[in-house]
Write a protein that binds this ligand. Structure first.
Ligand code: PCA
Length: 319
């Protein structure tokens, strides 16, 4: 009896000595499909490692604000995290190509763009001691306003919610006034009059109950931007080989699942906007022409300023 108890204690000690818990900051709320996907990713890892690696997800910027997440992973304040990939376009324009208007507007194009982008940003992130685990797109970005927008000129003077540098540039070129607002603060920004229009996915429209503050939505499908999940390389390297494999396998599964969730959301969440009273209308030819000329102008600027690796993404993608 005594002998058996000692054995049991030893087993418990060995298991807890190995167990590790990672805090994972993410920018978006719990109802966001990206967050749901991350929760499954965390469960998969816990199961596959028998609890040796557990990930605690801190959503909606609750642990680390969105703008700080990359640096927090880099400095090993946290081992892992999620952020909006094109927010790193200040480091290198290679990170922002998925948020350039009309470069990739469907899931097929987004996938081809990601295939061209992945090796390049993997190298760039490695220079910062970071390793990408997987990336998942938002549904194509649409236009939310009060009243129908017939031409780009109708955007003139509107206070426009932005989430990155490209959208800020876009809004400015459309004659609107961009204001940076995190996704979790959208309802408040509209209700206080800080902003009165936005471009985002039907998912974010539904998650922020857009029908409370706008009347119209047009699926202009302007670009298909991505979130990325990144781990600190040194922290990853320290893991036992079988745990590393479990993380990589869960990441591959999360990428596949996430792209499927995104495509399903594109349809379902657009329908949800309409069910809640938003008028969903196809963009006019004039509006699309206006978007094209802004997109063309932005891409010319982008090419002028892009690094060699960034330009390589575009050439590989356009092949
Ligand atoms: N939702 C996020 C990023 C793109 C999207 O569809 C947001 O609006 O902040």
């Amino acid at each position: 009896m005594k002998h058996a108890m000692i054995v049991a204690t030893a087993v418990v000690t060995a298991a807890s000595a190995q167990a590790e818990t990672w805090d994972m900051p993410t920018p978006y709320g719990d109802s966001t499909f990206h967050t749901q996907n991350i929760l499954t990713f965390a469960e998969d890892i816990k199961k596959a490692t028998d609890g040796a690696l557990e990930i605690t997800v801190h959503s909606a910027g609750s642990l680390i604000p969105h703008a700080e997440i990359r640096n927090a992973i880099r400095s090993r304040q946290v081992p892992i995290g999620e952020f909006f990939l094109s927010r790193l376009s200040n480091d290198d324009l290679a990170f922002g190509i998925d948020s350039q208007p009309l470069v990739a507007t469907s899931y097929d194009q987004a996938r081809a763009l990601w295939e061209a982008q992945k090796p390049v940003i993997t190298d760039l992130l490695a220079e910062q001691g970071l390793m990408p685990l997987y990336s998942v797109p938002w549904p194509a970005q649409g236009l939310y306003t009060n009243g129908e927008i017939a031409t780009v000129e109708d955007l003139n003077g509107l206070r426009f919610r932005a989430y990155n540098a490209a959208l800020e540039e876009f809004a400015t070129l459309a004659g609107a006034a961009p204001v940076q607002v995190e996704a979790s603060n959208i309802p408040q920004a509209f209700s206080t009059g800080q902003v009165e229009a936005m471009i985002t996915s039907p998912s974010t429209g539904v998650n922020s109950t857009a029908w409370d503050f706008v009347t119209h939505y047009s699926p202009i499908n302007a670009w298909v931007p991505k979130n990325i999940v990144v781990v600190n390389q040194r922290v990853f390297d320290r893991l036992d080989a079988d745990i590393q494999s479990a993380v990589l396998e869960a990441a591959t599964a999360a990428e596949t699942r996430g792209w499927e969730m995104s495509a399903a959301e594109a349809t379902e969440m657009t329908a949800r906007l309409a069910e809640n009273g938003i008028t969903v209308y196809e963009p006019s030819a004039e509006l699309l022409d206006g978007l094209k000329s802004i997109g063309g102008y932005m891409l010319t600027n982008w090419k002028d300023e892009a690094s060699e690796p960034a330009l390589k993404i575009l050439t590989d993608y356009q092949k």
